[in-house]
Design a protein around this ligand. Structure first.
Ligand code: F0G
Length: 358
């Protein structure tokens, strides 16, 4: 364990797959120490685990390498999922690598361009649903109950087994130290549940002796888990019309909500929401202070940390890891809409000088 570089399959002894896995070198993403961002937020030690550096540009690859391997192990002939985009991109690619067809259901008009491009190019059957993600998930669950199609949303426990390796890698990359807190975006709430499981397993195995406080961030337009957490409720009230610029987490009825609330409470963490403006500011800070390019949903982790530090709810002395879940290039349209427009000038030096120095 101590010598090999981090990657999902470095931890194969802790993963429930007996065959040679369907793999395209997922995991092993960088853990950046972010001193400039830490100074801006006012915290002593901040790291960013950049999951956008996975092969398809999101953490979903960790779940799909395990999930699609399990589908093959079980002899399933077709795989399917509903998705806000990233899960569909990952399923398409691992389906292609495994040589089995994949079907993906997406909420029409609400999926970032890069993700649709990936699903299409890697050969998934892409079906746009006239409804939101929650509608698409309900539909694909029904279809998979009636047909011999293997469902690979995060209701599938093998997906979460793959994603728990984020926790293993964080410990590994910090030299077998456990951070005080892990902050991450929450949508369907599988990832926070999975990462919490990973940290718990390391404690059970005697590799570590403590766990970080799991802190989940949603957007104000789609935050059923934050509302339940603040009301001290065991379950959520679904939101009918979730809306946010962070389309990846535009989810009103997260399937893993109960498990996520347990993970947050038993680890001593918390849940908080941020506005779209706050997450865009965090996205720019990550990009311009640290060179880390993320999609909008991913920036909620940093926006949430900043809000909680400012509110005095997180101590400045904590060692914190923010997980950035997806790459900037996933959603180029959002980037264009929130950044200054480029200038166009005549092709001569005078015009160029004017543009550069004015
Ligand atoms: N960040 C990104 C970039 C995501 O794509 C997602 C989920 C999340 C965070 C939230 O993770 O659902 O485990 O709480 N995207 C799913 C999808 C829903 O279909 O790609 P979660």
């Amino acid at each position: 364990l101590k010598t090999a570089p981090p990657s999902v399959w470095k931890y194969k002894d802790l993963l429930p797959i007996a065959i040679e896995p369907v793999s395209i070198r997922e995991g092993g993403t960088p853990l950046y120490k972010c001193d400039r961002l830490a100074a801006k937020i006012g915290i002593k030690e901040l790291y960013v685990k950049h999951e956008g550096m996975n092969p398809t540009g999101s953490f979903k690859d960790r779940g799909m390498t395990v999930g699609v391997s399990k589908a093959i192990e079980l002899g399933m002939k077709t795989v399917a999922c509903a998705s806000t985009g990233n899960t569909s991109a990952a399923l398409a690619i691992y389906g292609a690598k495994a040589g089995i067809p994949s079907v993906v259901l997406l909420p029409a008009g609400k999926v970032a361009l890069g993700k649709i491009g990936q699903a299409l190019m890697h050969g998934a059957k892409v079906i746009m649903i006239k409804g939101n993600f929650d509608d698409a998930l309900a539909l694909v669950r029904e279809l998979c109950e009636q047909e011999p199609i293997y469902l690979l949303n995060s209701v599938n426990p093998y997906r979460l087994e793959g994603q728990k390796t984020i926790a293993f890698e964080i410990v590994d990359q910090l030299g077998f130290k456990v951070p005080d807190r892990v902050v991450l975006p929450v949508g369907n709430a599988g990832n926070i549940t999975a990462i919490n499981k990973g940290f718990k397993e390391f404690v059970t195995l005697g590799i570590t002796d403590k766990r970080p406080k799991m802190t989940g961030i949603q957007t104000e337009g789609a935050c059923p888990i934050v509302k339940a957490y603040k009301a001290d409720a065991d379950d959520i009230t679904p939101e009918k019309n979730p809306e946010t610029i962070a389309t990846a987490i535009r989810i009103g009825d997260p399937v893993n909500a109960r498990k996520a609330l347990i993970a947050i409470k038993e680890s001593g963490g918390m849940a908080e929401s941020v506005t779209d403006d706050e997450l865009v500011q965090a996205q720019k800070d990550l990009a311009q202070l640290e060179g880390i390019g993320v999609e909008p949903a991913s920036a909620t982790s940093v926006a949430g940390l900043r809000k909680l530090v400012e509110a005095g709810l997180i101590s400045k002395d904590e060692t914190v890891v923010c997980v950035t879940t997806g790459h900037l290039l996933k959603d180029p349209e959002e980037v264009i809409s929130v950044c200054v427009e480029p200038v166009t000038v005549e092709a001569n030096l005078e015009a160029l000088r004017k543009a550069v120095f004015e």
